[in-house]
Design a protein around this ligand. Sequence first.
Ligand code: FES
Length: 107
Amino acid sequence: MGKRRKLRKQLRKRELENETVLAICVGKRCCPREESCALAEATRAYAAEMHSRVRVVTVGCLDICKKGPIAATYPEIKLKKRVTAKRARKLLDKLERRRARRVARDL
Ligand code: FES
């Protein structure tokens, strides 16, 4: 199964397919789990601080499995390797701007 399809499937299972999401892989193979969980926690804290409507979720393996931590954006799926807390914050800000633009356009 392709990486994007796998991500879509995991988000659909959690009924997040209509949300703007930053997904962080917490699988064991791309990096130590403590590292990816810490990244997810730090990113969630930042999202809460910024009152962001982007959902930060943890997901299982996305079939990249190297150069982790791995993060993925949704609905426009972009897969990012070696994501640091700083990069995750930037991704979140970008997703938030896109989400706001999409909402404004749909009004
Ligand atoms: S374990 Fe993270 S992509 Fe496979």
